[in-house]
Design a protein around this ligand. Sequence first.
Ligand SMILES: [Zn+2]
Length: 541
Amino acid sequence: MVDMDKIVSLCKRRGFIFQSSEIYGGLGSAWDYGPLGVEFKNNVKRLWWRDNVHLRDDMVGLDAAITMHPRVWEASGHLASFSDPFTGCADCGRHYRADQMIDAIWNSRWFRAFNKMLDGPAAKKDIQKALENWVQGEGKKLAPNFPQGSLGENIRLPLEGANDPRFLELVRMLAHSSNSNVMGFLCPNCGSGKLSNPKPAGLMLETFLGPVQETATKTYLRPETAQGIFVNFDNVLQASRKKLPFGIAQVGKAFRNEITPGNFTFRTREFEQMEIEYFVNPFDTIDGRPADEVWHDRWVAERFGWYQKYGIRQENIRQRAHEKDELAHYAKSCVDIEYLFPMGWSELEGIANRTDYDLKQHSQYSGKPLEYFDEESKQKIVPYVIEPSAGADRSALAFLVDAYNEEEVRGEKRVVLRFHAELAPIKIAVLPLLKKNAQIVQTAKKLTADLRKRWLTVYDDTASIGRLYRRQDEVGTPFCVTVDVQTVGDDKSAADEKVTIRDRNTMEQVRVSMSSLESMMDKLMAGKWAEVAQEHGIKTD
Ligand SMILES: [Zn+2]
């Protein structure tokens, strides 16, 4: 598994993702998608939309405003309960999500050093002495507020990880040796044991609509796109005349004042969601089971398959059903799709059965019934809703991490993003073998202009062919097309009007006539390299 630093560095170097406001020192946890990043992320969103809206006849789209009536957030419950408990360090002032403390301590710089010391020869001889030396030496720099504690005789080593009960025991033991401690945790930043009891934090970003703050309406930047769909349920139903079951899809920005954003674009305060609300008649049955349960299963399978269709490897993705005590009080069930990110298994998408809670809440708060008239039973019903809720940024990050590959080719390192062709920001690079030959350059530029009408194609003549191939490998361009002397001919031989296509994954090459290039590309983009290579004979670069 690649580490996140490599991904961050590649993203910056090649123009996928930059830190926001970098020339001003950067804004924490906000990221800007660069020239290749915007193409790549747009591809993620386009494929999601195509597969979930255009290719189905039970789905329609919506694009609701980011700012909504403040009452929306009373009805949705966000104003009352949208808060993650957090804890603050009395010594250094940092704040942490209370439910993420254990991992944060285990992964902190000071604890990694501390754990190394515990495992070292000095600790094996005299653990108390080693601890004192560490606190006075390395620990002074890394964890200046580390409590003066004792480790006791019965500490059992080595520690296996953040989930090892011995780890928790050790942290508690050290923390409780500083008297004012209430949490039994140590600050991941400064080592202090003075952490406050968890309290809820308001996670919605406030804003004011109107020119003068005193008279303007206070509202919020939406913390999820879902509510825009619920409040438009009747509008969409009346306009589209859809019959149950049907769904509404939306892609858009959402905002949450996360206490502990981080892990690159995984958790940020501004992010983009790809959400579906799929409405089902809860009184229907399919094969003897309630229709909402069947549709929940279907959406889990559908969404799980979607990531794999575009390249996520099977071993890096899994499903996790929520335990009863994890579920929101109105939810009937929820399944997370998790991806093995560099920081460990983390949520990629949640698919929840939210019952009729949202439509009922909005009916009650707005006074406008949000119902469906069932022709068959002649009754008004409030549909249940299945909500597959994915993150565009998280999906993009997972596709990037999964595509990243380092390999050795003839003694040199090759970095290659093995993107699915539909996800790759650039589809084709046209490369002239000799940039001083006017005919080659002219032909290559003409090819670029032609191919561009169908696929995002770039022309590059700024380095030797070997370097140009590596550059395209590093940004995941599936195919390079080279134009050489044989293509255009010279005084010794006539033009053969053929070009070389080179495949990113295998580095194999085939030579095809320019007139058949477009139909060839159609095949290649559909993943038929092996077939084409067999027909035309291959060599490798
Ligand atoms: Zn601290």
